[in-house]
Design a protein around this ligand. Structure first.
Ligand code: NAG
Ligand code: NAG
Ligand code: NAG
Ligand code: NAG
Ligand code: NAG
Length: 300
């Protein structure tokens, strides 16, 4: 990634990945769970088959660690501290991380924040397994769309899977506004697409954009959405709406007619633009869409 302008660098260095990794984990769990549900078995689990995994009926001898019980609401739960099975990766084990998102290299003295694990009330989750995820993503594209919070999600997802792929069989390319991680043997890609407000804005340049001066085009999404078409799994997020002021400059229709909106009102209109695109362009049979509504406060 190229260097960010100073203002953005200053603000982004506080977008600490810890809480984000956790959110990402939920997102990836959801993907795993959805795929398990789609298997039409009452109790499903992943069965290892020579490096790959497939979902089959539960034989008698399978360990409980491999099972997500049908009907378990994985979204009801709490964070528990677990320094035995977590972290799932470290900064050292993931050479693809840029310095901006490396807490340890940037001098954070403690490491406890890496040991949190999501514990649903009603069941246990299988340990994250990169090979399982890659098998699910075979011949597919998974794309994270959003701002720097989402970029951290992408980074985390890449770190979670990259260590199980041999050298030479994986690549990371920066093609602004996209970052593309490829797992060649799976014909799978995990991508990030920079669209900080989801709809179009003057902040859409991936590396050269203002943070303090915002201008959002509430009714325009096409410049972005044409590059989201056909993606198998889309994960959307936008935090920047809530970053500074309770008002934001935006246009609707005529680009010369700039108005100051309450952020909540502008956000609602932008979400309608986004929702209309989803409704007209997503094939719910083949594609999955996730939307991350909230981010914890993370500006320090
Ligand atoms: C986990 O934390 C406990 C203290 O809570 C410590 O005694 C133990 O050595 C730690 N284990 C690992 C693997 O870091
Ligand atoms: C590779 O994956 C893409 C989707 O990302 C798909 O369109 C294409 O058909 C796949 N190629 C093969 C050979 O299966
Ligand atoms: C969208 O793309 C068109 C054509 O390239 C360009 O004129 C327009 O300025 C773009 N919109 C934004 C917000 O960048
Ligand atoms: C960044 O964008 C500004 C405003 O569009 C422009 O004046 C400046 O030349 C750009 N800087 C670089 C390095 O591209
Ligand atoms: C909106 O734009 C005007 C004119 O550039 C500026 O004075 C005002 O501070 C902007 N409002 C916000 C919330 O950025």
């Amino acid at each position: 990634m190229t260097t960010l302008p100073l203002a953005d660098r200053r603000n982004n260095q506080y977008l600490i990945p810890a809480a984000l990794i956790s959110l990402l984990f939920i997102a990836s769990l959801r993907i795993v769970l959805e795929n398990v549900k789609n298997s039409h078995h009452s109790r499903a689990f992943f069965w290892q088959t020579g490096g790959g995994y497939r979902v089959v009926r539960r034989p008698v001898s399978v360990s409980n660690d491999e099972i997500i019980e049908t009907g378990c609401d994985i979204f009801e739960g709490k964070w528990v501290w677990d320094n035995v099975s977590h972290p799932l990766y470290t900064e050292e084990s993931c050479p693809l991380l840029v310095k901006q998102v490396t807490c340890q290299k940037n001098g954070r003295p403690d490491s406890y924040y890496q040991n949190w694990k999501w514990q649903p009330h009603g069941c246990n989750l299988p340990r994250f397994n990169g090979l399982k995820l890659l098998e699910i993503l075979r011949d597919k594209r998974l794309m994270f769309v959003g701002d720097s919070v989402q970029r951290s999600m992408f980074d985390s997802m890449v770190c979670l899977v990259q260590s199980v792929i041999p050298e030479g069989k994986k690549s990371l390319k920066r093609v602004p506004p996209r970052k593309i991680f490829r797992a060649e043997e799976y014909n799978a890609s995990i991508e990030f697409y920079w669209a900080p407000f989801l709809v179009e804005s003057i902040s859409d340049h991936a590396t050269n954009h203002t943070v303090l001066k915002r201008l959002v085009r509430l009714d325009s999404i096409h410049n972005h959405s044409k590059q989201w078409e056909g993606v198998d799994i889309l994960v959307f997020e936008s935090y920047v709406w809530w970053m500074y002021k309770p008002t934001i400059n935006a246009t609707y229709g005529n680009l010369k007619n700039v108005q100051e909106y309450d952020v909540t009102k502008a956000y609602r209109i932008a979400m309608e633009t986004w929702g209309n695109w989803i409704e007209t362009s997503i094939n719910t049979h083949d594609q999955k869409v996730f939307f991350m509504t909230m981010s914890p406060t993370h500006l320090w």
